[in-house]
Design a protein around this ligand. Structure first.
Ligand SMILES: Cc1cc2nc3c(=O)[nH]c(=O)nc-3n(C[C@H](O)[C@H](O)[C@H](O)COP(=O)(O)OP(=O)(O)OC[C@H]3O[C@@H](n4cnc5c(N)ncnc54)[C@H](O)[C@@H]3O)c2cc1C
Length: 490
């Protein structure tokens, strides 16, 4: 490919789920963005994410693209916490389910949207290094190319070159356990299902009609090499099941560990981090891809406003302030799940206790709220329970007929939703960037982790779908909130 353009507003290193989502968000705001992706195609290692949680599906719905993913996946009314299924069918949320959709299918659908938005994705190129100064970043690419950008975002995965070159600490825990994950052909047909023993938890399942078997095996001893051999898999099968079931062929195999680390800051000057580049953890609970996509949605509109000079550079500090605690919570959750899945009788007692607790309504809601990320509550100060939480996708009556709240977020623009009969103050100075919607809503206001809340008279909704201000009929705080999040009125 001949690349003539060398200056962009934003360069994204890595076109995985996080980088693609961020590119889409920036493109919606009219930002000149390019994605640099090392892979030459959409091929994704099979041993990666298996699905989307409710909040991620909601976010895709906020952009009007959820149906593309839902059609390609399979709906399950539960989330799985350390192999314990927790129903979420009673959550007050349009997408109260988990969507089974392998990452290998998720990425091409997301890339399709990003390409529709006109984003350039340079495939087969690698970010090799960069230097930043007061006004921008010079980025060296493979093939003796270089680019200049106002901002560089590292969405380049757990081994992020961008993070390492920024010298941002990646603090956490060394691995204690490793797992083999593979799809194999066996001469014998084993009994499928889960098994727990003194080594840990293991699982076998049948895939399709061709006799393929999928397996996850806890290894007796920690191993770190990324590419396990057939002999290692054979030995692990014999260790757990007493036989290798006539292991004949491996379609693919991988190894993962419970290494758990988080970047101490998600920003250094003009360099930002998102997704696995900012946090890594074991896959228990299936939160990695979801957290990365949600990082991207938090960062996208903020970075766009800074580049468009609507907001000061300091708005970007709210990205680390909001997303670092969410990442830390995900890391804690996966550590607990690994412990619950460990082998041995002591852990069985722990597991039994946890299973009993999760049979109760309140703990189930709490843990499922966390796994689905529907419980995220950014600290925007004291106030109505909606403040800092996701806006529910209510069915509104508007002068143009019935409309869902999320339909107003498709272009990633903020919304001032007036639900009172009269609107006593004037937000027209923000009219070029904040949509004003007058509507009536007579139904119940409920949040998955809180229950019913008092109906507000108005709400200010950020482009990422979080509530920035809640009105009680007065104008108290609205102008401060508009100024803080969306810059000075024009
Ligand atoms: C076994 C396993 C199971 C998992 N299960 C789940 C699950 O059920 N649910 C879930 O949500 N998550 C799961 N995950 C985690 C999920 O796969 C990751 O969290 C997700 O892929 C992170 O997306 P990302 O875009 O941040 O990083 P990545 O997907 O790692 O993407 C980074 C991209 O950057 C590219 N790149 C790297 N370096 C450079 C460079 N220097 N220049 C240019 N390009 C570069 C890479 O080629 C890659 O495409 C699982 C992971 C594993 C290993």
């Amino acid at each position: 490919m001949i690349v003539s353009k060398t200056e962009y507003s934003v360069v994204i290193a890595g076109g995985g789920p996080t980088g693609l989502m961020l590119a889409g968000e920036l493109a919606l705001a009219g930002i000149d963005v390019v994605v640099i992706e090392r892979r030459t195609n959409h091929h994704v290692d099979k041993a990666r994410a298996g699905g989307l949680h409710a909040r991620t599906i909601e976010m895709l719905d906020q952009r009007g693209i959820a149906a593309r993913f839902i059609e390609a996946g399979q709906v399950y009314p539960v989330v799985i916490y350390s192999l314990i299924p927790l129903t979420i069918a009673d959550f007050p949320c349009r997408h109260n389910y988990t969507l089974g959709l392998p990452q290998s299918k998720f990425e091409p659908i997301l890339a399709g949207w990003v390409e529709e938005l006109g984003v350039t994705i340079l495939r087969g190129r690698e970010v090799m290094g960069y230097t930043q100064d007061a006004s921008g970043v010079d980025i060296q690419l493979s093939g003796n190319m270089s680019l200049r950008a106002e901002y560089l975002v590292g969405c380049d995965g757990g081994r992020s070159l961008v993070r390492k070159a920024a010298d941002i600490d990646f603090v956490g825990l060394e691995p204690s356990t490793s797992w083999l994950v593979a799809e194999v052909e066996l001469d014998e047909q084993p009994e499928v299902g889960m098994r727990r023993d003194s080594i840990g938890t293991h699982g076998l399942n049948r895939i399709g009609d061709e006799g393929l078997v999928g397996l996850v095996l806890t290894e007796r001893q920690l191993k770190r090499e990324r590419d396990p051999s057939m002999d290692e898999l054979r030995a692990a099968l014999v260790d757990v099941y007493g036989t290798d079931f006539g292991l004949r062929n491996i379609r693919w195999i991988s190894r993962f560990t419970d290494t758990t680390r988080q970047a101490s800051s998600y920003r250094k000057g003009r360099v930002l981090l998102a997704g696995d580049a900012a946090h890594i953890h074991p896959p228990h609970g299936g939160q990695g891809l979801n957290t990365g996509v949600q990082d991207a949605m938090n960062l996208g509109w903020k970075l766009a406003q800074v580049v468009n000079k609507v907001s000061p550079d300091s708005l970007l500090d709210s990205y680390t302030a909001e997303r670092h605690p969410v990442g830390a919570q995900v890391l804690r959750s996966t550590q607990v799940q690994v412990l619950l899945n460990s082998g041995g009788e002591r852990h069985q007692s722990l597991r039994d206790t946890m299973t009993e607790l999760l049979g109760m309504d309140e703990p189930r809601r709490r843990i499922a709220g966390m796994l689905t990320a529907l419980d995220i509550h950014y600290d925007l100060g004291e106030g109505h329970p909606l403040l800092g939480r996701r806006m529910p996708d209510l069915e509104l009556q508007t002068p143009d007929g019935a409309k869902r709240v999320y339909s107003f977020l498709h272009r990633a623009q903020p919304v001032y939703l007036n639900l009172a009969e009269h609107d006593s103050f004037d937000i027209s100075p923000w009219a070029d960037r904040v949509q004003l919607v007058h509507a009536v809503y007579d139904g119940i206001w409920a949040l998955p982790d809180v229950g019913e809340v008092i109906a507000p008279k108005a709400v200010l909704i950020r482009p990422d779908g979080y509530v920035a201000w809640v009105g009680d009929g007065s104008s108290r705080g609205i102008f401060d909130a508009l100024y803080l999040w969306f810059g000075g009125g024009g």
